[in-house]
Design a protein around this ligand. Sequence first.
Ligand code: ADP
Ligand code: ADP
Length: 235
Amino acid sequence: MLSFKNIAKQFADGTRALHQVSLEIPRGQFCVVLGPSGAGKSTLLRMVNGLALTSEGSVAVDGVEVTPANLYALRPRIGMIHQQFNLVERSTVLANVLAGALPTVPLWRAVFNAYPLEVRRKAARLLHEVGLDQGQLSRRITEMSGGQQQRVGIARAFMLDPTVVLADEPVASLDPKTSRDILDLLKQSSRLHASTVLCTLHQVDLAREFADRIVALRAGEVVFDGAPQALDDTT
Ligand code: ADP
Ligand code: ADP
């Protein structure tokens, strides 16, 4: 469970990016944060992983408040998916997914590529879940299409069955057909791993089609929060 209580964010230069945002997002919900550029979507996500600190209010993951002191403990509970995939390009598909287990694996094991067997099995299972089979595990990221790379990104993000997965414009670099495949996969993954997915999008049609819930932001304020069917064209 993810909760935002009376969040406000004002940057050092005076920009007010969010005003009085309160949300409770239950486990397993695929929640789309919808809004035009500059609405405050990325800032909202950054408050969950500690990349932005709140000016007012608090954010909590499973009841643990997001503060600098708690970030280390929260790391295994938060997965991340990026617009530009953020994979290690020279590395293999499998190695990138294994990296999703880093918060729980001793560093030497990662350095010597000596991940425990159950971690390797989990990575292979996740890759199968996202549609990449045994034959793809040793491929380099540079050989993969954008859609395939985002599948790897999804497998990495869900490695530790996190409470929350943050997906910041995960389909903004993909064509329309691939975008829909990836959103469908993200939604299925959120169900399968009982993870809350907080996914930013700027396309209303995609949000309507895939979201369990839409939170629409405009100029830092929540202008809609509800089921996709309830979102009318005026919001
Ligand atoms: P979105 O993700 O919806 O495009 P952002 O959260 O990136 O919106 O930005 C919200 C507002 O906050 C914008 O006006 C943006 O210019 C501003 N902003 C974002 N980051 C900073 C920062 N580090 N310093 C000052 N203003 C910022
Ligand atoms: P994104 O859409 O991925 O958030 P942006 O271009 O909005 O990318 O922001 C990229 C970086 O620039 C972020 O670290 C953000 O905090 C910062 N930033 C965005 N807007 C401003 C701004 N008006 N002033 C200062 N920094 C900003």
